[in-house]
Ligand binder design. Structure first.
Ligand SMILES: Cc1ncc(C[n+]2csc(CCOP(=O)(O)OP(=O)(O)O)c2C)c(N)n1
Ligand SMILES: [Mg+2]
Length: 314
């Protein structure tokens, strides 16, 4: 969680300075979801993300230098500088890909789960998506098919209560999103997405269930983004500001998943203050090194623009 948070916050200044031009949907505040779910996965599983996937990529153990280089659109980036923040891929680590088409990767995850099922491979597909994706029809098609075939798939809805600037209460009749899985006989649950241990335990049970061939699970994680929808505070485009009430943000800052877990570790004497401090120092060095790597990397060669779009020699 600290790797995600410090990496996200390190992007703020270069975004504001215009050094980073790819639109960045920062994950600060939602770390417990990515960390809690991905800690249960293997590199042979399949993770599909969204436009807000820096956290999923890092939680799968993929390289921070390659991610930061991708965000700077460098040739050494995870997608060779062609994708930017919203197209992160590291298939060897199980991070199959992220994409900004809202709900667009749910059906891709379902395809991976279907392939695993047909081949009897026991690999689990996890689809991360936001509350906004619950307004897209493809989610319901996938819930039906995954429920019908008992596919090894976990639907992880990160409900941060906003879809861009639209509060969920203004676009949904029933605010409990997890209930959408019930008519499709998909095991469905809502959890505190800012409590990493709850997310970890719930997703562990879900993933085990998938591995036993007992069918898909829908987990709604209630959480909140600390930054703007896109960019640090959405002011960067000069067209609009983040309209969320200040008091609402402040109340969620009190439920910061990192602070909560640190308090748990300290009060249960599982960790010393100094050990937490050392972790932060180590991660700060890792983040600084990732920026150095990215900045000194070359930009992609324009002559090669159309290469690597499709996999060659399939
Ligand atoms: C199919 C589609 N419709 C609209 C958009 C524009 N868009 C980009 S992000 C976003 C909001 C997504 O909200 P949510 O799914 O809750 O994810 P969050 O940004 O809160 O993480 C929208 C509407 C899009 N990228 N794709
Ligand atoms: Mg949302």
């Amino acid at each position: 969680m600290i790797r995600i948070r410090l990496c996200e916050e390190s992007l703020v200044e270069p975004i504001l300075k215009g050094e980073i031009r790819t639109p960045c949907h920062l994950y600060s505040g939602q770390e417990a979801v990515a960390a809690g779910v991905c800690a249960n996965l293997k590199p042979t599983d399949f993770v599909f993300g969204t436009h807000r996937s820096h956290g999923h990529y890092l939680a799968m153990g993929c390289g921070m230098p390659e991610m930061v280089a991708e965000i700077y659109c460098r040739g050494t980036g995870a997608s060779r500088g062609r994708g930017g923040s919203m197209h992160l891929s590291a298939p060897d680590e199980g991070m199959i890909g992220s994409a900004p088409i809202v709900a667009g990767t749910i059906s891709l995850a379902m395809g991976a789960a279907l392939a695993s099922f047909i081949k009897g491979e026991n690999r689990v597909a996890v689809s991360f998506f936001g509350d906004g994706a619950a307004g897209e029809g493809v989610l319901y098609e996938c819930l039906n098919f995954a429920g019908l075939k008992k596919l090894p798939m976990v639907f992880v809805c990160e409900n941060n209560f906003y879809s861009t600037h639209m509060p969920i209460r203004e676009c949904r009749v029933d605010k409990d999103i997890y209930k959408v899985g019930i008519p499709f006989c998909v095991d469905s649950v809502q959890v505190d997405g800012n409590d990493v241990l709850t997310v970890y335990e719930t997703s562990q049970k879900a993933i085990d269930r998938c591995r036993r061939g007992e069918g898909p699970v829908f987990i709604e994680c209630l959480t909140y983004r600390f930054r703007g929808h896109v960019g640090p505070d959405d002011n960067i485009q000069g067209t609009h500001t983040d309209i969320r009430p200040k008091e609402e943000l402040e109340s969620w800052l009190k439920k910061d998943p990192i602070k909560r877990f640190e308090e748990y570790l300290l009060s249960n004497k599982l960790f010393e203050e100094q050990a937490l401090h050392n972790i932060r120092n180590e991660v700060e060095r890792e983040v600084a090194e990732a920026h150095r790597f990215a900045r000194k990397s070359i930009l992609p060669n324009p002559a090669e623009l159309s290469r690597y779009v499709y996999k060659e020699n399939m």
